[in-house]
Design a protein around this ligand. Structure first.
Ligand code: FES
Length: 614
């Protein structure tokens, strides 16, 4: 729970973050601004928060706080990791920031495309017959905007009604509006992560660079199918489906826009720009572009650089001349969301060898050795989202997300359940944990098969009775709702579920193995693994290593990166320089197609086993 003490902001907010994420990042990802000038690197000593329990004192804390303050729970937010429930008091910002901390510790100097200038103009006279527009433009000394028709229609009236004291609104060097009086403090934009499953919106205050409100909801395209392929198929089967899918996407964005504006008490007419980061299919659909060529070989996009459109064309309900900008894409399966993610994680800025994995139905993988960057996509299938898993469900209340098994201990099965309610099913991170723990205690062998009963009794006596059958299939009972509940009524992991996960993890690990070969690297060369996306960020690093989903590395090198697509969209709104950086990435990153590689199948079969991770 983050208790926000800034009276201008929501009083108290409960947020859920992956374990091990710093309090600073947890707040920033959830729209709560904390003072900082170092971007969460422990050097500016500004990110002061008060915790409801005593955490170890770092040398930076000792330099920043008095003994009394330390006793009262004051700590630097970027040095405290959220490992269990924690209540945090966030003081209001003390200074108006010139930079914002976004993404994976990226410091962004504020230079938004949206600018405002308040001007007091001399009224025209018979001696001074300068036109309205020239009069206004002459007063704006540091920019040379073009004017659009919308402004010319409003200018004469607004100037005279406001006694020639007006605010010029400039978006990307175009004068888009003139507002009466001084409205320079009202300058907002919305960053959208347009996911196939979930859509997230962040309302940003462009004056301070801070998030004002965050909201998320399921993509309204869900009735057309859970993944991009079923949505593309829908457009191929029904000529009206494309329009319906476009409308559904636009309605999702519009509803979220209304929600964040209401929550942040911001007039939607003061939102002048939106940035949308989505995969290639989502981007095509929201723009009403036929996605069919994306779904069939040779997988061709209509363009890697989607055009900027008026937000009004998408009916987002913002300022009438607000722009909607899109992220460029590298390929049909490494889309704008991943380019945004690369920007947010600084893949092109960092000199370390880093592996970026956005785990999902389509899993995007990027590898950089500090010089070259290669990327690919691996079709992991729906297992991580609960699809094709017997008791699979999305990460919602009742989903088991953490599992600890103890072969002989007093508490053989320990479950972490979202919402602390009765377990109903297993979400993706729970699935990975379940398999990893079963490999650890020896109930799953390296080929992914449940071991025979006698071996189970010997290796894990406290757990062996949970290994049972449903029909012809072996299952492991994770949770029985009542003591005498049958396996059918229980939450179980089945042999087939293990196979599904094996295929998914083999697809992913084949992807990064081939990328490592492409750059002539070994897995131990990797200095950091970033697990990104709404699923990847919640994965237990230890479990991911154990099943071989990520390279076998010390868990400290594996970092939850959060919703990096949304963070990239925020960066593009906060800085035109960063926005240009996204375009540069297109030239810097080489896309590697894996499916036509002769060695792909051999590698895939090698990666199916759990042995190297177990
Ligand atoms: Fe600078 Fe924590 S953000 S010290």
């Amino acid at each position: 729970t983050v208790e926000d003490t800034d009276p201008a902001r929501t009083a108290e907010k409960k947020v859920r973050v992956p374990p091990g994420v710093t309090v600073f990042d947890s707040a920033s990802w959830n729209g709560i601004a904390i003072d900082s000038t170092c971007g969460g690197h422990g050097t500016c000593h500004k990110c002061k928060v008060r915790l409801d329990r005593t955490e170890p004192v770092t040398r930076h804390d000792a330099k920043t706080f008095s003994a009394d303050q330390l006793d009262a729970g004051w700590r630097l937010a970027c040095l405290v990791k959220a490992t269990s429930d924690l209540k945090v008091l966030v003081p209001p910002l003390t200074t108006r920031p010139k930079a914002a901390t976004v993404g994976v510790g990226r410091q962004v100097i504020l230079r938004p495309a949206v600018q405002k200038r308040y001007v007091k103009l001399a009224e025209p006279t018979l001696e001074d017959q300068v036109t309205d527009l020239d009069r206004l433009l002459a007063a704006i000394t540091d920019l040379e905007p073009r004017a659009d028709l919308h402004v010319l229609r409003r200018l004469p009236k607004v100037l005279r009604e406001a006694d020639f004291k007006v605010t010029a609104v400039i978006v990307d060097e175009e004068l888009v509006d003139v507002e009466p009086g001084d409205t320079t403090e009202q300058r907002y934009a919305i960053a959208f992560d347009l996911g196939t499953t979930t859509v997230v919106a962040t309302l940003l205050d462009l004056v301070t660079g801070t998030p004002v409100a965050v909201a998320s909801m399921l993509n309204k395209q869900q009735p057309f199918g859970g993944d991009v392929i079923s949505r593309i198929s829908a457009t191929m089967l029904d000529p009206l489906a494309l329009e319906r899918l476009q409308t559904a996407a636009c309605q999702t964005l519009a509803q979220l826009a209304a929600q964040v504006c209401a929550e942040g008490e911001v007039d939607p007419a003061h939102v002048y720009e939106a940035c949308i980061a989505g995969n290639a299919t989502m981007t095509a659909l929201v723009l009403g572009i036929d996605p069919e060529p994306l779904g069939v070989a040779p997988f061709i996009m209509s363009t890697p650089l989607p055009p900027t459109v008026l937000a009004e064309d998408l009916q987002l309900g913002l300022h009438p001349r607000a722009r909607a900008v899109f992220f460029p894409a590298l390929g049909a399966y490494v889309g704008g969301d991943i380019v945004a993610g690369m920007l947010a994680s600084g893949m092109d800025r960092d000199k370390r060898t880093r592996l970026f994995i956005d785990v999902g139905t389509n899993c995007e993988i990027v590898l950089s050795d500090g010089d070259r960057i290669v990327s690919t996509a691996a079709p992991a299938g729906p297992a991580f989202e609960g699809g094709a898993i017997r008791c699979g469900m999305r990460a919602a209340d009742g989903a088991i997300e953490v599992i600890k098994l103890d072969a002989s201990g007093e508490q053989p099965v320990e479950l972490g359940v979202i919402g602390d309610v009765e377990p109903k099913g297993l979400c993706g991170s729970g699935l990975v944990d379940a398999v990893a723990e079963l490999v650890k205690v020896g109930l799953l062998d390296s080929s992914g098969r449940f071991v025979p009963e006698d071996v189970a009794k010997e290796l894990a006596p406290a757990l062996a009775d949970r290994l049972t059958m449903i029909g012809q299939e072996r299952v492991f009972v994770l949770h029985r709702p009542t003591v005498d509940a049958s396996p059918e009524e229980s939450v179980v992991l089945s042999q087939r579920d293990v196979r599904e996960l094996q295929f998914a993890k083999a697809a992913i690990s084949t992807g990064w193995t081939l990328l490592l070969e492409e750059l002539g690297l070994e897995h131990r060369d990797i200095q950091q693994v970033l697990l990104a996306g709404s699923f990847g960020s919640y994965l237990s690093a230890a479990s991911a290593v154990r099943i071989g989903l990520v390279p076998q590395l010390p868990v400290l090198r594996i970092v939850a990166a959060g919703n990096v697509a949304g963070e990239g969209a925020k960066m593009a709104l906060l800085s035109v320089r960063e926005r240009a950086g996204a375009q540069t990435l297109l030239e810097e990153v080489t896309y590697v197609e894996l499916s036509d590689r002769p060695e792909f199948n051999d590698r895939f079969v090698e990666q199916l086993a759990f042995s190297h991770g177990g």
